[in-house]
Every structure is written in C-alpha cells, then in structure tokens.
Design a protein around this ligand. Sequence first.
Ligand code: AMP
Ligand code: DBH
Length: 550
Amino acid sequence: MNAVVSPVRVPLRQAWPPALVARYRAAGYWRGETFPGFLRERARQFADDVAVVGGGSRLTYAQLWQEAGRIGAGLLAAGLAPGDRVVVQLGNTVEFVSVVCGLFRAGLIPVYALPAHRLTEIAHVVRTAEASAYIAASAYEGFDYRTLARELQASIPGVRHVLIVGDAAEFLSVAGLAGPADALPPDPDPQSVAFLQLSGGSTGLSKLIPRTHDDYLYSFRASNAICGIGRDSVYLVALPAAHNFPMSSPGFFGALYAGARVVLSPGAGPDTAFPLIARERVTCVGLVPPLALLWAQAAASTPHDLSSLQVLQVGGAKLVPEAARRVIDGLDCQLQQVFGMAEGLVNYTRLHDAPECVLNTQGRPISPDDEVLVVDDHGHPVAPGEVGHLLTRGPYTIRGYHNDPGANARSFTEDGFYRTGDRVQQLPGGYLVVQGRAGDHINRAGEKISAEEIEDHLLAHASVFDAAVVSMPDPYLGERSCAFVITRGERPTAASLKAWVRSRGLAAFKVPDQVVFVDAFGTTAVGKVSRRELRAQLRARHIEQTGEPR
Ligand code: AMP
Ligand code: DBH
C-alpha cells in the first residue's frame, strides 16, 4: 500500500468559547446544518425547480446537486483529498455555484478570489491558504487565466492541480471531471471551517477569513427573513459572486437555502442587468452605491420591465442620504441599506422601517446576540450617540484570521471582539450610522484597497523615493485612490507609474486613480509623524489646495 503523506499545514480553525457555543446552539442560531446537508435537502424538496441561471445555462436543484457530486468526485479522483484548500477564481457564471458546491460535497475548502485579482494577489492567497489547487475560467472579461495558472505553478510548485472551466489547454477541464460518487466523504462537522473568504485588506495584503458551516448558514438564513427571501424570490448576483455581500447577505447562498432562483449577471451595469431582471422577473439585488445611482438614472428611460424588483439592497460603501433619496426616487422598489463585512457582522435597515431610518442609517445587526461596542481611542465606551470605533463579536463574527498572528493581535481584543476599523454612531434601537473609518484603506466603490500595499509596490520603482496613498472624495466612486509621490532621479510620468503598479500583478482597481508628485511630504508636525497622520495631512492639504468637493 502506498503511504500517502498528508502535508503539514496550518490547521483551519474557528472557535468560540464553549459557553457561547452552547448559547448560540440553544438560541437556535447554530443548527448543525452544513452546506452539503442543505443542498441535498433542497435537491430532494425542490428537485425540478430552477436553482441557478447564468449565460445560456440553467440548473434545477436536482441538477445542481448532481453536478456538484460529479465535480466533487472528479476532483477526488484527480488526486485531491478532503481538507485540501482550493483557490476558486471564477466570474458570475453557473460554474461558480456548481464548482463551489462540488468542493463542499468533496470536503474540499474553497478559497474565494475575485476575477480582478492577478498573479501577485493569487500567489499570496495560495501561499497563505497553503492551497494545492486552483480553479479558474479559461477567460473572463478578456483575461486569460490559463496564463496566470502557468505563472502560478512555475512560482509555487505546491499548486499541483489546475482546473479550468472552458478550453483547458494542458490543464484538466472542469467539464471532464468524473469519479465514483461513493468516494465522496460524509457531511462535515457543522462547526468546522467551510471555506476561506478574503478580507478587503485594510492593512497590507488580504487576510483569510475562516467561516464555519454553522456560523455562515445562520448569517444567510437569518438574512433571508430580514430581506424577505422565500421560495418565490429571484435573486440577481450583479456584483462579483465571490464578494461576501452577494454571497451571503442574503446573497446566492441565502437564495439557495430558501429554494429560490439565483440569476448570475456577467456585468453589474444596467445594460447587462436590466434585460435579465425583465426576463427572469428578478425580485432582489445587491449593489454598491455608485451602481445604485447609475441604475436609478437608467431606470427612467429603460425599455425593460423592472416591475418585478421588490428590494434593492445597497452596501459595501456608505450611501449618503442624498444618494439614498435619488435611488428611492429612481427605482420603484424598497431600498435596503446593508453594512456588512466578510469577517461577520451584517447590519440591515428593515423592510418596514420608516423612510428616515432607511435614508439616514446603515441598519442594525442581524442577531440579538451580535454584541456591538462603540469605543474611544482608549477602548472606553463612548456616550450613547457619540461617534467611536466599532467593535463586535457574535454568532457569525470570526475570532481570528487564518495563519496570521500579527493581524490577529491587531484586529481582535483580548476578549474576542473584532476591531472593524469603522467609526460609527449608534442610535436608539441599535441602528448604526457609518461615519468613516480609522484604518488606512480606500473604499473604492466597495472594493477595499490597502494604502500600505500600494505604497510598497510604488516604492519598488527605482524612481520613487517615497509614496503615500490616500483616499480622495470622488463624486462617482465615493472614494478614489490618490498616490502622493516623491521621486528621485528622473521623474516618471503618472501614466508610467500607474502602468508600473499594474505590471506588479495586481487587480486593476488597485492602480492609483490619481498620482500627485510632491517635493516633500512637508509635515509641519514636530518629531515623528505616523504614516497614518502623514496620509491624513496630505489628503487634507490637497483637498484644501484644489478645492475638491468633500
Ligand atoms: P471587508 O472587511 O473587506 O469585507 O469590508 C467591510 C468593510 O466595508 C466594512 O468594515 C466597512 O468599512 C465597509 N462597508 C461595508 N458596507 C458599508 C456601508 N453600507 N456603509 C459604509 N461602509 C461599508
Ligand atoms: O463590504 C462588505 O464586505 C459587505 C457589505 C455588505 C459585506 O461583506 C456584506 C454585506 O456581507
């Protein structure tokens, strides 16, 4: 018999204190359900109902279950073993759902990457997750992921398996996967980690977020009740499916849990989404603020019938009251604000809330057991209604990132609260108003960009002496990124610096929107100025000098 040596990897863990585990179970939040468990159940209950629609394909619940079994068994037959981590980089296609469900059936751990990510980001995620496989589409939005796969395998030999949706070239094709169904493992422990989600990376590189079956299923099951998702709902995935928002708030997993229909839109603009809404009679969709404004504007003159739309969710970045009003005026449906994070805590305005609440707040937590603390810089609770740092813990908020002790020391308090980095005000009834954030990231239309990460890439350029990346208010994106750069030697052009960042193997959304050359950072403060203060000063001075609207 061949001795199969299983690799020594950092174990996947997410543990709450035993007393809380007991409490979350007793309260009925954690029900011992799992991804494969609920998918099997829906396939039985709603066998012939359409589960997923995308491109030209449609899968019923029975077919989705079967496809997942074929893919899962095929991956095991190809040499993967339960527990292996698999980086999934797929766009909004039916295969996103069938592949991820296939991984769940095989006991494999999906690690979600965005289609926009490039080699540097994927390599970081593969290394941190210690992934042994990578699954991507041959091409999506004009990019060939097989090239990325080749570079990935050349730099990280641990990536032993590459699977491609579409023309697989020298790799294995997802369509060709097959294996014996009896090799599929029994359903996992509901408290075990089901997948790794990516954080937006507020400091440095993306961190990996281990979510358990119990905690994640609770978050989208409870979201269904709050968002009015039932078996008759049709949920449109307009944002990239790998984002936590369209995945779980209530997202396509919530929709599948409810026995509803999931429609995947390859693009989020009105031109792509509106015809789909009309054709599939979509009832609910989640958008980021700039898209919601675009939709509201386009709805006025569209020939497409949007009358099926009941709930338009907006989240990922702050929707200011004036914008909320325009969205409500432009689209004849209910607006729901969503303030969430892949680490856990999700807040919603409720469908029956008064208009002032929906316009002016980012909602309140899902769970009665979501603990919310609003504290000052020293960690002391602020007076009710004052602005402070948001800390949280609860039945679906993580207690730690995967394989990152440094981030864990920074991001969690000793008693297990997650430091969200957001500054909020808590109103009576627990409603939160997001008032900015403490961290140094740019929230570019819902995509979070770490200032530090981009500064590091700029500093790698021979002509860059120093760089500080900050967010600037932007009328369309909400925030855009601006790089202040001190050069040495010959000054490169702004365009060449942007091209440089791009050439470093990064997602296009991380390329600075604006480059401002300065001779010095010229801080007036005496002594040492922190990076954070420096960024704040540069930002304030630039806004003052250019008269940028706030
Ligand atoms: P991530 O941790 O990468 O999942 O990003 C979550 C972060 O997005 C939150 O901590 C907020 O900073 C931001 N965010 C999400 N939704 C909203 C919202 N409705 N309003 C303001 N900020 C938001
Ligand atoms: O921005 C986010 O990460 C987010 C927004 C809304 C999120 O993770 C969510 C809802 O679940």
